[in-house]
Ligand binder design. Structure first.
Ligand code: 5AD
Ligand code: FES
Length: 347
């Protein structure tokens, strides 16, 4: 698909044409990754963060209760993933240097030695030595959304403090691939200042990077962040010109559907942010429109509410067990099956 085609689909208003898009993406999904839905147990292991992302509720300026799970807790929750039949555990956190290289490498080693789990990391822009050590310890995959392909918009929503350097997430993703990780990228949809053309570019970039995993979801305004409060950040470059893309459920389905068509073999989750906009059927519609992965939350309930990236996050009060039962029910009702094994990228 060309950039023009992508943008045309993002702007399509005819319900009949959109039905064609949903049918096409579902066909491409079935043909390339089949009917299995892979479950990745998500462990939010720390909400400390050194960054000040303008959209994120974990940004370092927020005075919230911070937690870091202990390593025995992490191992215990990962064992629960095995018990639940999940093939992957995702260790996610803010960019937290309290999660030190060596102890985490040891935990990864133990997970790989003692369980059949694939291990996915989502820990921000860590230095090369950390990423290499964790890969050597056995980590399989790394998630790092690039958030937007629009350089100016990216810089506007990622302010730097003194001493912090501007990183290049695209270069980092390519580096991660060289290290042997499966790589995951993605964007938020409807960021203030994000145009239709820019979203079309994001989609084209998924294809260029040949991403193994793609995570997309609507931007959800967090009132205690600069973006969510509608405050322009001082000293930031002007917004790009063009029509604002909406942060709606409908726009999210379009991006999910097009991402599947651009990267037919990628693993594509239906995200919690989407489920947050439509708690009743958002997940199912994502899965019917290109997605083949769900990431049930495994984080102990006492920590869940503290991992408040955005407000009203789905499943904040459900236990890991409740999410497991809820999801397997939903999947079977859709006539799909729960994937077995690690669910690596299809080739
Ligand atoms: N709304 C939606 N998604 C968000 N993320 C962070 N803050 C928000 C928000 N307010 C997403 C980012 C990040 C991922 C972990 O969560 O894309 O990469
Ligand atoms: Fe958590 Fe349905 S997935 S309650």
């Amino acid at each position: 698909m060309t950039l023009t085609d992508l943008e045309t689909w993002l702007r399509e208003t005819s319900p009949a044409r959109l039905e064609e898009l949903w049918a096409e993406t579902d066909r491409v999904r079935a043909q390339n990754v089949g009917d299995e839905i892979h479950l990745r147990g998500l462990l939010e292991i720390s909400n400390f963060c050194v960054r000040s992302c303008g959209y994120c509720g974990l940004r370092r300026e927020r005075k919230i209760t911070r937690y870091r799970m202990s390593w025995p807790e992490v191992l215990e929750c990962a064992r629960q993933a095995v018990e639940y039949g999940y093939g992957t555990v995702v260790l996610q956190a803010g960019e937290d240097y309290g999660l030190r290289r060596e102890p985490l490498a040891e935990v990864i080693q133990r997970l790989k030695a003692e369980t059949p789990l694939a291990v996915t990391l989502s820990l921000g822009e860590r230095p090369e030595e950390d990423l290499l050590a964790w890969r050597e310890a056995g980590a399989d995959r790394y998630l790092l959304r690039f958030e937007t392909s629009d350089r100016k918009l990216y810089e506007r929503i990622h302010p730097l403090r003194a001493g912090q350097e501007r990183s290049d997430r695209l270069a980092l993703l390519r580096r991660l691939r060289e290290m042997g990780y499966e790589i995951g990228g993605g964007v938020m949809i409807g960021l203030p200042g994000q145009t239709y053309a820019s979203l079309a570019n994001d989609l084209a970039l998924f294809g260029e990077l040949d991403l193994d995993m793609i995570g997309v979801g609507p931007w959800i305004a967090h009132p205690e962040t600069p973006l969510g409060a509608g405050k322009a950040q001082a000293g930031q470059p002007a917004l790009p010109a063009g029509e604002q893309a909406p942060n709606t459920e409908d726009m999210t389905y379009r991006v999910v559907a097009l991402a599947r068509i651009v990267c037919p073999q990628a693993n594509l989750p239906t995200t919690t942010a989407l489920a947050t906009l439509n708690k009743a059927t958002g997940r199912e519609l994502g899965l019917a429109r290109g997605a083949n992965v769900v990431m049930p939350n495994l984080t102990p309930v006492k920590y869940r509410a503290l991992y408040e990236i955005y407000p009203e996050k789905d499943c904040v009060n459900e236990t890991a067990e409740a999410c497991r039962l809820c999801l397997s029910g939903r999947i079977h009702e859709m006539g799909r099956t729960v994937g077995k094994g690690p669910g690596n990228r299809h080739r």
